[in-house]
Design a protein around this ligand. Structure first.
Ligand code: NAD
Ligand code: UDP
Length: 376
């Protein structure tokens, strides 16, 4: 606690010292004495911080908006060290809010949020959402959950615990402190959809005992929990059904199609297509998604909302696209189809357009280029 106070005093050094200086001048009138006292204090503060290895006093942060207490929100982002979460952190930090990231670093990485560590508006909580946590915040973005099929299938029981116990803990917290909670749900709640494109009213087609069930059913029960806490306990909830998203900070070994293809194309390896490659996905750039999540959180719309880019590609088309953009000599290698792989996926985004005034602005090609430039 002492170190936090010291750090704050140091960060706001100018303000802090100026105020003290003014007060002493008024009471003593002795300018030289006040100046000497300030110099001593400054030296002492600098030494105290230099001796504290976990705080980098020379760190330069991106500028953040100055907000007064009435407009500054305290926001918890679970899974904030992951791909989507870290972009959300950036936007909300720059907008001048107080951000708490809660992450167990299962798939998240410290380097995704390192640039904010030490900032007085930022706190990192190394914590697993399956355990309860007490914190006072105004909003909770609940993103904690591995998103890549490789990762969520690695330990399916943990994935289920994260989606059940983790979501209950966050909803319990939201109830207790009267915060609004946004759940990062998924287009996977539609399973291998029979309706195309998928509207929010579609109930889905999910295999409850297949390899994807830990995630698909996990997200479905997370949604059910949200609506139970909403109807029974009056918790303010938002549910975003996120479609395939991509962008900088995706882990090159994360196993998802965009990162796999880009990494393979750049290394000149075969692009591995599971099945015949005629299955489709609709890809959105992460900056569009983050804008949608914030718009949803700050709206008063509490039914599920699809957030995705309706531009639909077959996996073969995506592969050739990435080979073109990277000017790679790679060829395509067809591998066996994976079990329960959804065959078509494309969001109907009428609800997001109508209630959030949101639609994607990034073309897939531009987003891919940006991802390649920054990530690989
Ligand atoms: P990601 O794997 O990069 O990030 C998930 C984060 O959650 C990681 O930082 C991870 O360490 C953390 N986490 C996992 N389990 C946790 C636990 N038990 N306690 C605390 N932290 C935990 O994934 P992402 O792509 O950033 O996805 C973020 C959210 O959005 C997920 O809930 C995912 O289901 C959802 N979503 C993402 C996509 C997409 O295309 N990226 C699509 C649909 C839904
Ligand atoms: N896919 C592929 N090759 C890869 C990775 C994925 O053909 O190296 C396919 C996968 O079978 C699926 C689609 O690409 O049909 C999207 O997979 P991803 O894991 O990115 O996300 P999903 O939408 O399946 O959760």
């Amino acid at each position: 606690m002492l170190m936090v106070l010291l750090w704050r005093a140091h960060y706001h050094k100018e303000d802090f010292l100026l105020k003290k200086c003014r007060k002493d001048l008024v009471t003593t009138g002795d300018f030289e004495k006040v100046k000497q006292k300030l110099e001593e204090m400054n030296t002492w503060l600098n030494r105290a911080f230099k001796e504290t290895s976990f705080i980098n006093v020379n760190k330069v942060f991106e500028p953040v908006k100055k907000r007064d207490i009435s407009s500054r929100k305290r926001i918890l982002i679970t899974g904030g060290a992951g791909f989507v979460g870290s972009h959300l952190v950036d936007v909300l930090m720059k907008d001048g809010h107080e951000i708490y990231v809660m992450d167990n670093f299962y798939t998240g990485r410290r380097c995704n949020i390192e640039h904010w560590i030490g900032h007085p508006n930022f706190a990192l909580l190394h914590h697993d959402v399956t355990e309860p946590y007490l914190l006072e915040v105004d909003q909770i973005y609940h993103l904690a959950c591995p998103a890549s099929p490789t990762h969520y299938q690695y330990n399916p029981i943990k994935t289920i615990k994260t989606n059940t116990l983790g979501t209950m803990n966050m909803l319990g917290l939201a109830r207790r402190i009267k915060a609004t909670m946004l759940l990062a749900s998924s287009s996977e709640v539609y399973g291998d959809p029979v309706q195309h494109p998928q509207k929010e009213t579609y109930w889905g087609n999910v295999n409850p005992i297949g390899p994807r069930a830990c995630y698909d059913e996990g997200k479905r029960i997370s949604e059910t929990l949200c609506y139970s806490y909403y109807s029974q306990e009056n918790v303010s909830i938002r549910v975003a059904r996120i479609f395939n998203s991509f962008g900088p900070r995706m882990h090159p070994n994360d196993g998802r199609v965009v990162s796999n293809f880009i990494a393979q194309a750049i290394k000149g390896e075969h692009l591995t297509i599971y099945g015949d490659g005629k299955q489709t996905r609709s890809f959105q750039y992460v900056k569009d998604l983050v804008r949608g999540l914030i718009a949803l959180m700050n709206s008063n719309y509490s039914l599920p909302v699809n957030l995705g880019n309706p531009d639909e590609y077959t996996i073969v088309q995506l592969a050739s696209y990435i080979i073109d953009i990277t000017r790679s000599n790679s060829s395509i290698q067809f591998l066996p189809k994976v079990k329960d792989d959804p065959q078509r996926r494309r969001p109907d985004i009428t609800v997001a357009k109508t209630y959030l005034n949101w639609k994607p602005e990034w073309e897939v090609k531009k987003g891919l280029q940006e991802t390649i430039n920054t990530n690989f």
